[in-house]
Design a protein around this ligand. Structure first.
Ligand code: FAD
Length: 442
């Protein structure tokens, strides 16, 4: 068991996943997080549910409603191809805290007032009903989402975007969600079986003609009532309380890891909610963090490698989701010259998500990888679409196989080369060859 004191700041999906991961790796960890203050419903795919379960969110996963259809009206066309599971985020976050406790994490469910870093360590001040307590830490994990300090010093920011969330209540309904584009943004709507409805209007901060705060409720209501796809969500329902404004600007932080701290989830990079992948990306960055932290704390010789691993992975994830968002915005052709659409269909760049890659583009390089819960360096296969490299395919290291294929003449069949490189394992050689053919590399 490590004697290092690790404190995780923030108990959303990223903070809880890191805390559970650190416990599983045998670290002592304190998770400090105030439950989220506003009601929101979010949706995830079956793949995310599976990843949450594996990461230890057994109770939190039970908060999701069974998968329901999402109706998408985009570029004037309606489709019902997608399914998502909806969740009340406050219920999810409360259950996730219980999951952390069950995994042996020490939990303090209070507000963090400050986190001061000094040469001697970090000092985390927490408020419990007006009573202040300070916890000392050798290492801190910043997981306070978009509320984490330092948002002003981001390296990359997409177009400033706001989502107005209005909560309605109506008669019990079939669970379901819908997305519809409009000239100045897009709307997401969700209905839970108990009659709760969440309607969310996403607009450009610079060009949206928003009314004063006191008129925001009437403004949202009028906007939702004008949306065709919103009709089934509003039938017999009435708004409750005031709308809540959430910033939804894509943000990538400049530095996401140091020798005794790391940023994960939205605190490191936050994506446009259009991608519907926020919880997935939060989890992706959090699941790799325990290996990075373990290396920083216990293998200082490889500290620079571990920092490089986290920094590159966060940046890669950010641009991947930014380009997914860009291509989705570009599919809407009716308002291409409207400010909302013009900016977003061209950001962050023109690079394709999946660049064409031929066998000649494959390069063997040394890169940081995760092995046995630590960051180490090994040979991987780097391509234009996979700049961080592919390490294993079908449980075997890819780099030696690509090297063997490059070295052999065209007279020898690829299967024979792979079989020889795999010690005569013909079945696995055939599987790897099939995978390489699928990529167009054989
Ligand atoms: P968070 O979930 O934000 O967790 C941070 C935690 O830290 C919170 O519990 C907060 O209360 C706590 N905290 C913050 N400050 C303090 C403090 N001072 N003291 C104590 N605790 C503190 N993602 C999806 O997958 N599907 C969706 O449908 C979806 N819809 C979205 C809609 C909008 C409008 C927005 C803005 C985002 C949406 N997302 C969606 C993204 C998703 O909400 C986030 O990406 C995800 O929750 C990030 O997880 P996290 O753990 O990094 O941060």
């Amino acid at each position: 068991m490590s004697t290092k004191r690790i404190v995780v700041l923030g108990a959303g999906p990223a903070g809880v996943a890191v805390a559970i991961g650190l416990r599983r790796a045998g670290e002592e960890v304190l998770l400090v997080g105030e439950p989220r203050r506003f009601a929101a419903v979010e949706g995830v795919s079956a793949r995310v549910l599976g990843a949450l379960h594996k990461a230890g969110f057994a109770r939190a996963v039970r908060c999701f409603a069974p998968p329901s259809q999402r109706c998408v009206t985009w570029d004037g066309t309606r489709s019902r191809a997608n399914w998502e599971s909806l969740v009340d985020r406050q219920a999810f976050d409360r259950a996730a805290l219980e999951d952390a406790r069950s995994a042996g994490v020490r939990v303090v469910a209070d507000r963090i007032v400050s986190c001061v870093s000094a040469v001697s360590g970090h000092y985390v001040e927490v408020d419990h009903d007006g009573r202040r307590t300070t916890f000392e830490a050798d290492f801190v994990v910043e997981a306070r989402g978009r509320a984490a300090p330092g948002q002003g010093s981001a390296r990359v920011r997409g177009a400033e975007t706001v989502s107005l969330l209005q909560y309605w209540v109506g008669p019990p309904a079939t669970a379901g969600s819908a997305v519809e584009s409009c000239a100045d943004g897009w709307v997401w709507m969700a209905a839970l079986p108990d009659g709760r409805r969440y309607l969310q209007l996403t607009l450009d901060v610079a060009t949206a003609a928003l009314p004063p705060k006191r008129e925001l409720g009437a403004f949202c209501r009028a906007r939702f009532e004008a949306i065709d796809a919103a009709r089934p969500f509003l039938e017999g329902a009435e708004p409750v309380g005031e709308p809540h404004a959430r910033t939804s600007t894509p943000v990538l932080q400049e530095d996401v890891v140091g020798h005794d701290w790391i940023r994960v989830g939205d605190a490191a990079m936050a994506v446009d909610p259009l991608s519907g992948n926020g919880i997935f990306q939060a989890l992706s960055s959090a699941l790799q963090a325990p290996a990075v932290i373990g290396t920083l704390l216990h293998d200082p010789d490889r500290a620079a490698l571990a920092r490089r691993f986290h920094q590159e992975r966060i940046e890669n994830l950010f641009f991947h989701f930014a380009r997914i968002g860009r291509d989705f915005y570009a599919m809407e052709s009716r308002w291409q010259d409207e400010p909302f659409w013009r900016t977003r269909r061209a950001w962050p760049d023109a690079q394709p998500i999946h660049p064409d890659t031929s066998a000649a583009d494959l390069q063997v390089m040394r890169r940081p990888v995760v092995s046995d819960g630590r960051i180490v360096e090994d040979e991987v296969v780097v391509t234009p679409g996979q700049p961080l490299g592919i390490w294993h395919v079908d449980g075997v290291r890819l780099a030696p196989l690509v090297r063997a294929l490059h070295a052999c003449g065209s007279q020898t069949s690829a299967e024979a080369v792979l079989r020889a490189a795999l010690g005569g394992d013909a079945t696995r050689a055939a599987r790897v060859a099939a995978w390489l053919r699928e990529q167009g590399w054989l």
